[in-house]
Ligand binder design. Structure first.
Ligand code: HEM
Ligand code: SF4
Length: 596
């Protein structure tokens, strides 16, 4: 893991102290709510439907067990709804989330951050101090600035990786944090970086996506994608550069963000993201960026050219853990143990297949802990679960976990010979469901249960589908499927990139849901990034599980041997699936809601 410096530590602690002073002045009435609002937002404190919401940055998804324990403490001691507010919420909505009292948990997001939904604002300074004690904060998790950098959950360990993206992510983090010129962009700005063949970070759906690669001479550089995004206008990012030498990445991004800052639409929030500028200007945007980049290079070859020594310094901060692996005798022995255990136990065998991935070090594996279960919203983790994950990280993964794009946790440094023991421990803790990448491993945003912008609830829809697909044999038979659910067109739940997407819409104050098919986030299974298409007018909440079932039944009826859902959908064609979805409407509930 990256080792933060004394400078980082001191800075975050000072920032927490500064925030305490601001909060105290606000509570004392000497700093008005309007003045305090931007100050809290700059530290990740929003105010949502019922309570404040805190977003904590997890740079490129890496968390230590010590950090996890502090997140657990925050969940346990501070994520507590005010009784009266909670009662009002229940009176208004009937129930919250999955129906379980939603107290004492954190929520992992698709951009590898953590959110808390119920922390009282007067406790927020205490929480900032706790976070600072383990090098964490909420800076730039809100506002129109460059947000937390995301990456491949298997960065530095993936077998298909040609360059470890983490040192570059860290250099980008340092460049973009408190960058004075980019604090007030037209809109939020999100970067994702990968260095592997498979895109596990949805880079084409980001404002800027960076692919580290090696050219024929073995030199390292970046393929630069710009202008991806979802929202009401889904756009796949365009390639700006096929190969930019790594030394120039900061200079080049300076040029990209300067052009966006200058020309991005500030008059219309819905047209303010860089995707709109790139789409509208096309070649002119590219030319502007290249001209700006030339200008930057004219000054001493660019103020932000990265020296080799700096890359080396940062790279040296990502020390791989010293694990006691005995290469020579391990491999054959481990293979035998795993084969024998898997033959004995179908559940273990499925877990090996779905939750365990190969590692650059052949003696190690990466293991995903599933946070997708009945009775718990996708991505939610209770305080106890966070503590248990920290213990598993200490015992089996050199004290490190990664947050995944699919809202799970991954243990990146697991010794093969410890897999059976880890499986037993994870199963005891409820983390070993072998459903990774299957239907119930779905992405969902908090939706109407917590988010003030929602049109409809996401969590009860996720819960209803999860309840219907509890049979592991059936789930494995259906195979790998990306189901993505958003509670409104802001698309936090990535419905545009799901093989199956669900979008909450509002009609006359009622909750309705559009169903979309055929999207791709660009990962191995999904193929080239693609926006899903809407099947027709919206469905009522009760209809949605039946619609999903009809779509999946169509897959079962039309698939060829070994063919995945998305491959069948593409071969058979959207219209067949669309017809099946619409035929599943409940006559009494059918609606003439236009395709919104
Ligand atoms: C409940 C608090 C949240 C609020 C108020 C919120 C608000 C928003 C808004 C307004 C946008 C659209 C920005 C735009 O297009 O200009 C957005 C985008 C996004 N949000 Fe959230 N969000 C919340 C929680 C989450 C969570 C929990 C996740 C992950 C599960 C998430 C992931 C994203 C992502 C990935 C995008 C970018 C979509 C795109 O490509 O356009 N957000 N959010
Ligand atoms: S998609 Fe909409 S409902 Fe869901 S978290 Fe984002 S803003 Fe809220």
């Amino acid at each position: 893991m990256y080792q933060y410096t004394d400078f980082d530590r001191q800075f975050i602690r000072q920032r927490a102290a500064q925030y305490r002073d601001q909060l105290e002045r606000n509570l004392a009435g000497t700093l008005g709510d309007d003045e305090f609002r931007p100050l809290r937002l700059q530290n990740g404190w929003y105010v949502q439907r019922y309570a404040p919401m805190l977003r904590v940055a997890v740079p490129y998804g890496e968390l230590s067990s010590a950090q996890l324990r502090v997140l657990a403490k925050i969940a346990r001691e501070y994520d507590q709804p005010d009784e009266a507010v909670y009662r009002t919420a229940i009176d208004t909505q009937g129930k919250l989330g999955t129906g379980r009292m939603p107290v004492g948990y954190g929520h992992f997001t698709t951009r590898q951050n953590v959110q808390f939904n119920w922390i009282p604002l007067d406790k927020s300074a205490e929480v900032m101090e706790l976070l600072a004690s383990v090098d964490m904060h909420g800076i730039q998790t809100s506002g129109n600035c460059i947000r937390n950098i995301t990456s491949d959950e298997r960065a530095g360990i993936a077998v298909d990786e040609s360059v470890d993206p983490r040192p570059y992510c860290e250099i980008l983090r340092q460049w973009s944090t408190l960058h004075p010129e980019f604090a007030f962009l037209p809109r939020k700005f999100k970067l994702a970086v990968i260095g592997a063949r498979e895109d596990r970070a949805a880079t084409a759906w980001h404002d800027v996506g960076l692919h580290l690669l090696r050219n024929e001479e073995g030199e390292v550089g970046f393929k630069v994608l710009v202008g991806g995004g979802m929202g009401r206008t889904p756009v796949i990012a365009s390639t700006l550069r096929e190969f930019l030498p790594w030394q120039q990445i900061l200079n080049y991004l300076e040029a990209v963000v300067r052009v966006y800052n200058r020309w991005g639409r500030r008059d219309n929030m819905y047209k303010a993201r860089i995707k709109i500028l790139v789409k509208a200007e096309g070649e002119r945007f590219v030319n502007e960026v290249e001209a700006e980049y030339e200008q930057i290079l004219l000054h001493d070859g660019g103020a932000h050219a990265i020296p080799q020594a700096e890359l080396d310094r940062v790279t040296a901060s990502f020390v791989p853990p010293a694990l006691n692996c005995n290469r020579s005798d391990a491999e054959a022995k481990i293979e035998n143990i795993l084969r024998a255990a898997a033959e004995d136990d179908v559940e273990f065998s499925r877990w090996l297949q779905q939750n365990v991935s190969a590692h650059k070090n052949p003696d190690l594996r990466a293991v995903t802990l599933s946070f997708k279960r009945l009775g718990q919203a996708p991505g939610d983790a209770t305080a106890d679960q966070l503590d248990i994950a920290a213990n598993l990280a200490d015992q089996f993964s050199a004290g490190e976990v990664r947050v995944t794009h699919d809202q799970n946790l991954l243990l990146p440094w697991v010794r093969c010979d410890q897999l059976p023991e880890l499986w037993r421990a994870a199963r005891k803790a409820g983390f070993a469901r072998p459903n990774i990448r299957l239907l119930t491993d779905m992405i969902a945003c908090p939706g109407g249960d917590f988010c003030a912008l929602a049109n409809a609830r996401s969590i009860p829809i996720a819960e209803a589908i999860t309840a219907r697909y509890q049979d592991m044999d059936e789930l494995h038979d259906l195979g790998e499927i990306d189901l993505h659910i958003s509670g409104c067109i802001n698309s936090c739940g990535h419905h545009h990139s799901g093989h199956i997407g669900i979008l909450g819409v509002d009609k006359d104050g009622q909750e309705w849901y559009q169903v979309l098919l055929g999207g791709s986030d660009g990962s191995r299974l999904s193929g080239a990034p693609q926006a899903a298409r809407v099947v027709g007018p919206s469905f009522g909440a009760a209809e949605v599980p039946d619609v999903i079932e009809a779509v999946l039944d169509t897959y079962r009826q039309t698939r060829e041997a070994g063919e995945t859902f998305i491959a069948t959908l593409r071969r058979v064609g959207f219209d067949t699936f669309k017809q099946a979805a619409n035929a599943a409407r409940h006559p009494a509930e059918s609606t003439d809601l236009a395709e919104a």
